[in-house]
Design a protein around this ligand. Structure first.
Ligand code: DQA
Length: 153
């Protein structure tokens, strides 16, 4: 990580994961790879430390819990990185919660949703997101962290 990307002031980034991402590594590995969500969390914490970012990392299968966590990030986290899983394609509630969050939002998808079924081509989150990373595997989380570091300056 180039030194100039590191944040001079410590910022907190909430990394939120939606339904079925707890099964990463076991679930459709041909699409999502063999890394577990715990592996992704470890990599994010390492990258966050290098960038001077404090990371919170959570996963829920519940839409309401994700909404609650986005609301809780207000005033506590300076940025959100979200892989909302299937709720990406269905949830106005998550969009509304993100619209109430003041800081940068990065949307991540491990797979290239645009190469998949038509219903995965629409995201309720993309219109709110400051950036969208798809199809870069779990590296997408690290790319999002780099972008957040740049946006938070
Ligand atoms: C996903 C893509 C979604 O369409 C899917 O429902 C997921 C994972 C991804 O990371 O590629 O659960 O968000």
């Amino acid at each position: 990580m180039p030194a100039q990307d590191a944040c001079p002031v410590s910022h907190t980034v909430a990394i939120l994961n939606g339904p079925n991402l707890n099964l990463l590594g076991q679930r459709e590995p041909d699409i999502y790879g063999h890394e577990t969500l715990a592996d992704v969390e470890t990599s994010c914490r390492e990258a966050g430390a290098e960038l001077g970012l404090t990371i919170t990392f959570d996963q829920s299968n519940s839409e309401g819990e994700l909404v609650t966590w986005i609301q809780a990030a207000r005033g506590k986290a300076q940025a959100i990185i979200i892989n909302a899983g299937a709720y990406t394609h269905t949830s106005v509630a998550i969009l509304d919660a993100l619209n109430a969050f003041e800081g940068p939002v990065m949307e991540v998808h491990i797979s290239n949703v645009h190469q998949r079924e038509d219903f995965r081509h629409h995201s309720f989150i993309s219109g709110r997101a400051d950036g969208v990373i798809v199809g870069c595997g779990t590296q997408g989380y690290l790319l999002a962290l780099q972008r957040v570091a740049t946006l938070l300056g």
